[in-house]
Design a protein around this ligand. Structure first.
Ligand code: SF4
Length: 328
């Protein structure tokens, strides 16, 4: 692989890959995966995990192989066991259920999701109607809504705006899921503001730095490519949004692929330049497998195009750090 500053001249065939940076793991995913790994090291298997710890099958399978058991609800976890809550966050009632069952809960909710939960509690306390822009049924939206179900209305994109009802148009705020398309979210906000001119904005961006950076890196490359591949799982919101962003930014075709095995050879027909990136829950090994697959088909010239450097890292959950300290 070469960097954008040292890239060799394109191969004679003109076939090459533009690899977006940043891509792959964000700080919240890295922390969540490490939380399960450290819990397994510290307590031994099994460690129960409520929901997919992050939305990536490869990661889930790898943790299962080490002794993690993934469940949908606390009721499936034997009383007194250890349970890790996923990066997407949970409603307060999930913590209450865990306590009732005597579970030892470790909360791997991304701190940037927790920040949105705090915002919900603050605006609900001031009796605002909260218009939460996000995808109905997504785990993060379910968890965030659970902080103040009576105050929240979910707005699933610009087309949902017409149905929104509020009690007092002078006390309305919009918040959002962390992994949305930046552009589409602003369209939704514009439409909401037409209906509610006094609509307040979140105190700071809810769409997280990783989502924004990955979309911006995709936009830089997409106009130059014939085909854009995003490595990620179908239930990964930020990965799906990256495909949409690539298509909207000018890629002639854009696809989400779980791994190299999911790429259709015919997509390469007539393609000179392939754009490549990966969602925030995708380990880099899956990207390497795709670059290897492409190299075997003449796309061995890879240029990494950097939009920005990311250095953010989050500490492990406090409850786990405390346990690790006391037993070390
Ligand atoms: Fe946190 Fe953003 Fe990563 Fe989600 S995508 S885990 S909100 S940093």
């Amino acid at each position: 692989m070469t960097s954008s500053t040292t890239a060799p001249a394109p191969a004679p065939s003109g076939k090459r890959v533009l690899l977006a940076k940043p891509r792959g793991y964000c700080a919240g995913v890295d922390r969540a995966v490490q939380t399960v790994e450290h819990a397994l090291d510290h307590y031994g298997a099994p460690v129960y995990v409520r929901k997919q710890i992050v939305h990536n099958l490869h990661v889930v399978r790898a943790l299962e192989a080490r002794g993690a058991i993934f469940v949908e609800e606390n009721s499936e976890v034997p009383e007194g066991s250890i349970v890790v809550f996923s990066a997407h966050g949970v409603a307060p009632e999930v913590h209450e259920q865990a306590a009732e069952r005597g579970l030892k809960a470790i909360d791997a909710t991304c701190p940037l999701v927790t920040k949105v939960h705090h915002e919900v509690r603050r605006f609900a306390k001031d009796d605002f109607d909260i218009l939460l822009i996000g995808h109905e049924g997504h785990e993060e939206v379910v968890g965030t809504s659970g902080e103040a179900p009576d105050n929240i209305t979910i707005v699933d994109g610009p087309e949902g705006v017409g149905h929104v009802e509020v009690r007092d148009p002078e006390r309305v705020v919009w918040l959002s899921q962390t992994t949305l398309s930046v552009d589409e979210t602003m369209q939704t906000v514009d439409a909401l503001r037409e209906r509610f001119p006094l609509l307040q904005s979140p105190p700071s961006d809810d769409i997280c730095y990783a989502t924004q950076n990955r979309q911006a890196a995709v936009k830089t490359i997409a106009p130059r490519v014939d085909l854009f591949l995003v490595v990620g799982s179908g239930n990964s919101s930020n990965s799906v949004r990256m495909v949409e962003v690539a298509a909207a930014a000018g890629a002639k075709a854009a696809y989400l692929v779980e791994n190299a095995g999911a790429i259709d050879e015919t997509w390469l027909d007539g393609v000179s330049i392939v754009g490549l990136s990966s969602g925030a829950s995708v380990p880099e090994i899956l990207v390497h497998e795709v670059t290897d697959w492409l190299a075997q088909r003449g796309y061995g010239d890879v240029e990494e195009v950097s939009h920005t450097e990311e250095r953010l890292a989050f500490a492990l959950p406090q409850e786990l750090r405390r346990e690790m300290r006391t037993k070390s």
